[in-house]
Design a protein around this ligand. Structure first.
Ligand code: LLP
Length: 421
C-alpha cells in the first residue's frame, strides 16, 4: 500500500495534489511520500520483531539525505557500498555502529574512511580485500568487525543483471570454500569475525531462492561454530521485490519473508540484519512528468514527455515496466488509445513503454510513472545536458524540495576550460 491516490479529481501524494508540485517545482520531478517510507520500513521491523535485528536500508536504492534522515530517525541502519554512500549515511545522522559496508571493490581509502568514522561491520567479498583490510586495520591500531559474504550458488529467478547469488557472478566467496577463508580471517590480525553475509539478488518475487540460500547459511553457521568461530550475526541481504504492475501477481510480503528467515535461521540465536532497498522506497515514489507533444507517427502515436532515460534509466537498461497514470482523474474515464511513451533524448532506447493503452492525454497534461522511488533518481544522469532531476518529499499536506533542479549555470560550473585552450 502506498499514499498516491486520486482525491478531488487528481492524483495526490498524501494530501498534496501533484499539480501543485508541478506548478511550484516544474517537471520532471521525483515525488516521495514520507508516510509510505515509514510504513514500509515498519513492515520489515515487524517481520523481524521475534529476534534481535537491524534493518539496514540499502542506500543505493535512494540516497537523498532527507530520505536517509527519515529512515535513520526510525532507527534504521544503512548498507553502503562506497565512500560517497558512507558519507551520506553519516551526514544523515546515522552512527557508524549502524552502518554496514558491502561491495566487491572497496578501496583502502574507503575502508580507512569507514574505520575512522565508525563501522558496524565490513562485508568482505574476497581474500585480497580481507588481507588489505587486515593490513590497514593493523596500521591504524584498530580491530574491525567483519562478516564474509558467501555466494550460495542459488538462482534468484530475477533479471540477469540484478542476480548476484550464482557462482558465475562476481559477488562473495564460493560457499564451498568459505570454511577455509574464515580460518584465514580468524588468523589475520586486525579483523574480528562476527558473522556471515549473503545477498542473492534484487526484485525477487519468489521466496524459494531465499529458503535455499538461508538453509545453506544455517548449515554454514553450524559448521563455522564447530570450527571455533563466534558467529553472532547473520546479514541476510536485501532483494524482496515489489509489485510494478497493479495486477494480482503481488510478490510476497515482508511478514512472509520474515517467517522464511525465522524458519531457516531462527534457532541459531544470531542477531539478524537485512538490507532492503527497493521494497522500502520503490512504491514510495513517482516520477512526475509533463506531456510535451502528442506526435502522430506511421501506425503509432508517440507521447513525448519531458522525463527521459537520463531521469529514469530502468526501462532502457532492464526493459523494466513502470505503470504510467494520468494525474487528472477524469482522464481515467476517457477512451484509451495506444501510445509509445518516449522522452526527448536522442536515442530510440529512450522509450518508456510501447503501445501502452493510455487515456487520450494532451500537451501540458501531467502523468506519473509509478514505483519510481527506488533506483530512479540515484541512477539519473545529465545525459544530453539535461540538469539532474530534482526530488521532493511530501508529508501530509506539505512538501519540501529535497534536491533542487540545478540551473544551467550550476551545471556548467563544474567544467573548466584550461587556460592553454
Ligand atoms: N544488499 C546488497 C549487497 C545489494 O547489492 C543490494 C542491491 C541490496 C542489498 C538491495 O537490494 P533491494 O532490496 O533494493 O532489491 N538498479 C537495479 C537494482 C540493483 C540492485 C543492486 N543491489 C534496478 O533498478 O532494478
Amino acid at each position: 500500500m502506498d499514499h498516491f491516490n486520486y482525491k478531488d479529481g487528481q492524483l495526490h501524494a498524501e494530501d498534496v495534489p501533484l499539480s501543485r508540485i508541478a506548478a511550484e517545482v516544474g517537471t520532471p520531478v521525483y515525488v516521495y511520500s514520507a508516510a509510505t517510507l515509514t510504513r514500509h520500513f515498519g513492515l520489515f521491523r515487524q517481520a523481524l520483531d521475534w529476534t534481535d535485528h537491524l534493518v539496514c536500508f540499502a542506500v543505493k536504492a535512494n540516497s537523498n539525505l532527507a530520505v536517509l534522515k527519515l529512515m535513520a530517525d526510525q532507527g534504521a541502519g544503512m548498507d553502503v557500498v562506497s565512500g560517497g554512500e558512507y558519507a551520506r549515511a553519516k551526514a544523515a545522522g546515522v552512527p557508524g555502529e549502524r552502518i554496514v559496508f558491502s561491495g566487491v571493490g572497496k578501496t583502502v581509502s574507503e575502508m580507512r574512511q569507514a574505520i575512522e568514522g565508525g563501522i558496524r561491520q565490513f562485508n568482505i567479498e574476497s581474500e585480497p580485500e580481507m588481507r588489505a583490510l587486515s593490513a590497514l586495520a593493523v596500521s591504524m591500531g584498530a580491530e574491525v568487525p567483519v562478516a564474509i559474504r558467501v555466494n550460495p550458488d542459488v538462482d534468484a529467478k530475477t533479471h540477469e543483471k540484478i542476480a548476484t547469488g550464482k557462482s558465475e557472478n562476481k559477488f562473495g566467496i564460493p560457499i564451498a570454500k568459505s570454511r577455509q577463508v574464515y580460518a584465514e580471517a580468524a588468523a589475520l590480525p586486525g579483523l574480528k569475525v562476527v558473522g556471515i553475509d549473503v545477498h542473492i539478488g534484487s526484485q525477487l518475487t519468489d521466496l524459494d531462492p531465499y529458503r535455499a540460500a538461508y538453509a545453506k547459511v544455517a548449515d554454514l553457521t553450524r559448521a563455522l561454530r564447530a570450527d571455533g568461530h563466534d558467529i553472532t550475526r547473520l546479514d541476510l541481504g536485501g532483494g524482496l521485490g515489489i509489485p510494478y504492475r497493479r495486477d494480482n501477481n503481488a510478490p510476497p510480503l515482508p511478514i512472509e519473508y520474515g517467517q522464511v528467515i525465522r524458519d531457516a535461521v531462527g534457532d541459531l540465536g544470531c542477531e539478524i540484519e537485512i538490507e532492503p532497498g527497493r521494497n522500502i522506497v520503490g512504491n514510495a515514489g513517482v516520477l512526475l512528468s509533463s506531456v510535451i507533444y502528442v506526435k502522430e507517427g506511421e501506425g503509432r502515436d508517440f507521447l513525448i514527455v519531458d522525463a527521459a532515460m537520463n531521469d529514469l534509466l530502468r526501462p532502457a537498461m532492464y526493459g523494466a515496466h513502470h505503470d504510467i497514470v494520468p494525474v487528472r482523474e477524469a482522464a481515467l474515464g476517457a477512451e484509451l488509445r495506444p501510445f509509445d511513451v518516449v522522452g526527448p533524448v536522442c536515442e530510440s532506447g529512450d522509450t518508456f513503454q510501447k503501445g501502452t493503452q493510455l487515456p487520450s492525454v494532451a500537451a501540458d497534461d501531467l502523468i506519473a510513472f509509478r514505483s519510481a522511488g527506488a533506483y530512479g533518481a540515484v541512477m539519473a544522469s545529465e545525459y544530453n545536458s539535461r540538469p539532474l532531476v530534482p526530488e521532493v518529499l511530501v508529508s501530509g499536506d506539505h512538501f519540501a524540495v529535497i534536491r533542487a533542479r540545478p540551473t544551467f549555470e550550476e551545471m556548467l560550473s563544474r567544467d573548466t576550460i584550461p587556460e592553454w585552450l
